[in-house]
Design a protein around this ligand. Structure first.
Ligand code: CO8
Length: 264
């Protein structure tokens, strides 16, 4: 599947779905610099892989998706410049996920804390197992979220919930996460990967250019002024009208058959 050998990641494919597994189970998949760097490489490779239509991101083991940034590495940071640079590196990985033309479905199989919760928020759709727990406990360590958590909790959950998570450092369970919109579905642990792969499979049956355009319109424009964001939607919409897949999709509907997408 992947041309690169990874130390801290497993990258596999099932049909048109890539499954990327954070793989440091002994430390609850804590995100060290090497893992983040490998994740960037994997995302760029999957972006270029035409046979892949969606990515499922999960953690190895039954206990954690990721229990945050590697606190051992974190404790060695010295100086504001180095701290900010490390934060930007993790933020960069979440931006790669958002800018990837293929949807990233995050299957949260346990703790998603600190950087783990921030990584999950970089995905497009989050599914949680019943035993998942979410939180931004950085204030317990004398810091704030650094991989986008202070901003994405505000955008995804609203100010009250964002403040609650980032100021108390308390964790919430999967059902509370569903209630506040942090995840889109909660399933028993045994069904987590089946459900994440099912969603990836559904997306793979839809028009590829439309999926990529929808991600660009939503992730790229949501925080612009409404008029500017609507203009981006109109431009993306207009470009799709010139695609072969638009002709195919509408023809297939009228001819009562399944569309055969060319991706052009
Ligand atoms: N980093 C390093 N090691 C970890 C981490 C972590 N984040 N989390 C767990 N581990 C290790 C433990 O040290 C332990 O190792 P060992 O067996 O060698 O003692 C092993 O994983 C298992 O963990 P526990 O024994 O603690 O398991 P428990 O079931 O008792 O507890 C918890 C599970 C509640 C998840 C607990 O491990 C915990 O609280 N972990 C830390 C959670 C946390 O504070 N996360 C936030 C980290 S800060 C962060 O993410 C900031 C992101 C932005 C950074 C930007 C610049 C770099």
């Amino acid at each position: 599947m992947s041309t690169t050998a990874f130390e801290h990641l497993l990258v596999e494919s099932e049909g048109t779905t890539a499954i990327v597994t954070l793989n440091r189970p002994k430390v609850l998949n804590a995100l060290n610099a090497a893992l983040l760097s490998e994740l960037s490489v994997a995302l760029l490779e999957l972006e270029r892989n035409a046979s892949i239509r969606a990515i499922v991101l999960t953690g190895s083991g039954e206990k954690a998706f990721a229990a945050g940034a590697d606190i051992g590495e974190l404790s060695a940071l010295r100086g504001a410049r180095e701290g900010s640079a490390k934060a930007r590196t993790g933020q960069g990985v979440t931006r790669l996920m958002e800018r990837c033309s293929k949807p990233v479905i995050v299957a949260v199989n346990g703790y998603a804390l600190g950087g783990g919760c921030e990584l999950a928020m970089g995905g497009d759709i989050r599914i949680a197992s019943e035993n998942a727990r979410f939180g931004q406990p950085e204030v317990n360590l004398g810091i704030i979220p650094g991989y986008g958590g202070s901003q994405r909790t505000m955008r995804l959950l609203g100010a009250g919930m964002a403040m609650y998570l980032c100021l108390t450092g308390e964790t919430i369970d999967a059902h509370q996460a569903l209630q506040c919109g942090l995840v889109q579905k909660v399933v028993p642990a045994a069904e987590l990967m089946t459900e994440a792969k099912r969603i990836a499979g559904v997306i793979a049956t839809r028009a590829p250019l439309a999926i990529a355009a929808a991600k660009r319109a939503m992730n790229g424009a949501a925080h612009l002024a409404l008029d500017d964001a609507l203009e981006i939607e109109a431009l993306e919409f207009g470009a799709l009208i010139e695609s072969d897949d638009f002709r195919e999709g509408t023809a297939a509907f009228l001819e009562k058959r399944k569309p055969a997408w060319s991706g052009h």
